[in-house]
Design a protein around this ligand. Structure first.
Ligand SMILES: Nc1ncnc2c1ncn2[C@@H]1O[C@H](COP(=O)(O)O)[C@@H](OP(=O)(O)O)[C@H]1O
Ligand SMILES: [Mg+2]
Ligand SMILES: [Mg+2]
Ligand SMILES: [Mg+2]
Length: 383
C-alpha cells in the first residue's frame, strides 16, 4: 500500500521495486477478516490450494468407494479417522510444501502418533500407496514417497497458527462420520495471513452441482469445488472441470421463507435449541441436516439462508472446522458467534467463542441474533 502510494506521489524521484499485486475489496461483509480497503493478491496460493484440495478429493472418493471397516481408526476423542483422512492430509501437505518451500506452516487436524504404533505398518503402507497413486495422476509430480515421507508430511501439520505470519489451515476430511456413512464431507483448506482468513477452498465430492432442494433437476452430477479469496468474491466449479460460476448467499429478508442447515449429528449441535430459534423466526421449512463444511458451501450458493451450529456445553471449536467455510460465504454472508461477535482465527488452534456459530445474510443476521439470545434465555430459565 505505502509503496504504491509513494509511487504515485513521487513517480520520478524514487526508484522502487515493481508494485505488489493489489486487489480492491469492498469494505464489508465477512467477519473472518477486517474490512480492508486494499488487500494483497493470493492468486498463486489459491491456485495451489485448489490443486491440493482437488487431488485430495480424488483420493477420498477412491477410498469412499471401497470403504472397509479396517480403514477406520479410533482417536482418543472417539471421533473416527480413516486412511483417507491421513492420505488427504499427507497429500495436501506435500503439494503445498512443493509449491511454497520457503515459507510453510500448516495447522491440520491429524497427526501420525497412532500410525507410528506397533501394528500400524500395514495401514501406513496403504496410505502411502494411496498418496503415491494420487501424485502419479498429476503430471507435475514425478516422485514416489516413502512411508517415512508420508508420516513426515502428515506431521508437518503441527503448527499452532496464531496472529503472526502465514499459516495454512487444513481439515483433510471434515465430516469423517458423513464420509463413513457414504454421505457428505469436505476437504477444507484455508490460508491465514496475520490471523485473518485470506483464502479458502472447499472440495465437496458428494454435493450435487444443482441446489440441494431442487429435487426435480435432471442433472444429478455431484462434486463441487468452492473457493474464495479476500476481496475477490466466491466461486464454484465442478470438481472435474474448470468451468467456474460466481456464487452468492441468498438475499432472503423474510425469515419465514428461509430454510436452515445444521449438523447431521445431534451430538455436534443442539437440534432442540435450533428448532426453538427457527420457531421464533417463523421458519417453515424443516431443517436440512448435512455433515461438515458442505453446509457453508451450500449456503454460499443460496441453497438455504441460515446455518446454525450450537454445540453442547464444553465443546471447543477448531479453526480447521470453519476457516475455509467462513470465507466461502463472504459474498453476501456473515459469520458470527451466537453473541454477535466475529470469529477470531488468530488465537491458535481453537476458536474461543460464545455458545455457537451462526451464519446468514446481512439482513437476517440481527433478527437471528435476537432469536438466538431469546431462545438461550428461555432455555436457561424455562417458565
Ligand atoms: N461433540 C461435538 N460437538 C461439536 N462438534 C464436534 C463434536 N465432535 C466432533 N465435532 C466436530 O464436528 C465436525 C463435523 O462437523 P458437522 O457437525 O458440521 O458435521 C467434526 O469434524 P471432523 O469430521 O473433521 O472430525 C468435528 O471436528
Ligand atoms: Mg475428526
Ligand atoms: Mg472437521
Ligand atoms: Mg476432519
Amino acid at each position: 500500500m505505502s509503496i504504491n502510494w509513494l509511487r504515485v506521489v513521487f513517480p520520478s524521484i524514487i526508484k522502487l521495486p515493481p508494485p505488489l499485486p493489489l486487489r480492491y475489496s469492498s469494505p464489508s461483509s465477512c467477519s473472518c477478516f477486517s474490512s480492508v480497503v486494499v488487500a494483497m493478491s493470493y492468486d498463486k496460493e489459491l491456485t495451489a490450494a485448489k490443486k491440493a484440495a482437488s487431488l485430495a478429493a480424488r483420493l477420498c472418493q477412491k477410498v469412499q468407494k471401497s470403504l472397509l471397516q479396517s480403514d477406520v481408526q479410533s482417536k482418543n476423542d472417539r471421533s473416527p479417522v480413516t486412511v483417507a483422512d491421513y492420505g488427504s492430509q499427507a497429500l495436501v501437505s506435500f503439494v503445498l510444501q512443493q509449491e511454497f518451500p520457503a515459507e510453510f506452516s500448516l495447522v491440520a487436524e491429524e497427526d501420525s502418533k497412532d500410525l507410528r504404533k506397533d501394528g500400524a505398518q500395514e495401514l501406513v503402507d496403504r496410505i502411502t500407496k494411496l498418496v503415491n497413486d494420487s501424485l502419479a495422476s498429476d503430471e507435475s509430480y514425478s516422485v514416489t514417497l516413502s512411508t517415512e515421507d508420508v508420516l513426515k508430511a502428515i506431521d508437518s501439520g503441527k503448527s499452532e497458527g496464531g496472529s503472526q505470519g502465514r499459516h495454512w489451515v487444513l481439515d483433510p476430511i471434515d465430516g469423517t462420520k458423513g464420509f463413513l456413512r457414504g454421505g457428505q464431507y469436505a476437504i477444507a483448506l484455508a490460508l491465514l495471513d496475520r490471523g485473518k482468513v485470506v483464502l479458502g477452498v472447499l472440495a465437496c465430492p458428494n454435493l450435487p452441482l444443482t441446489p440441494i432442494n431442487d429435487q426435480h433437476s435432471p442433472n444429478n452430477e455431484v462434486g463441487c469445488l468452492f473457493f474464495a479469496e479476500v476481496g475477490g468474491g466466491s466461486y464454484m466449479q465442478p470438481l472435474d472441470s474448470s468451468s467456474t460460476v460466481k456464487v452468492q448467499v441468498s438475499g432472503i429478508e423474510n425469515p419465514e421463507e428461509a430454510s436452515f442447515f445444521e449438523s447431521y449429528e445431534a451430538a455436534h449441535s443442539m437440534h432442540d435449541l435450533s428448532s426453538l430459534i427457527a420457531q421464533k423466526l417463523g421458519v417453515k421449512a424443516p431443517p436440512v441436516r448435512i455433515d461438515s463444511q458442505v453446509k457453508y458451501g451450500a449456503l454460499s450458493r443460496g441453497d438455504g439462508a441460515i446455518y446454525m451450529r450450537l454445540p453442547h456445553k464444553g465443546y471447543r471449536e477448531k479453526i480447521w472446522d470453519h476457516a475455509a467455510g467462513c470465507i466461502v460465504v463472504t459474498a453476501g454472508g456473515v459469520v458470527m458467534d451466537a453473541a454477535g461477535n466475529p470469529l477470531d482465527f488468530s488465537k491458535g488452534k481453537f476458536l474461543d467463542l460464545d455458545t455457537g456459530i451462526i451464519v446468514t445474510n446481512q439482513k437476517l443476521m440481527p433478527i437471528l441474533i435476537k432469536a438466538v439470545r431469546e431462545s438461550l434465555e428461555e432455555k436457561a430459565s424455562p417458565l
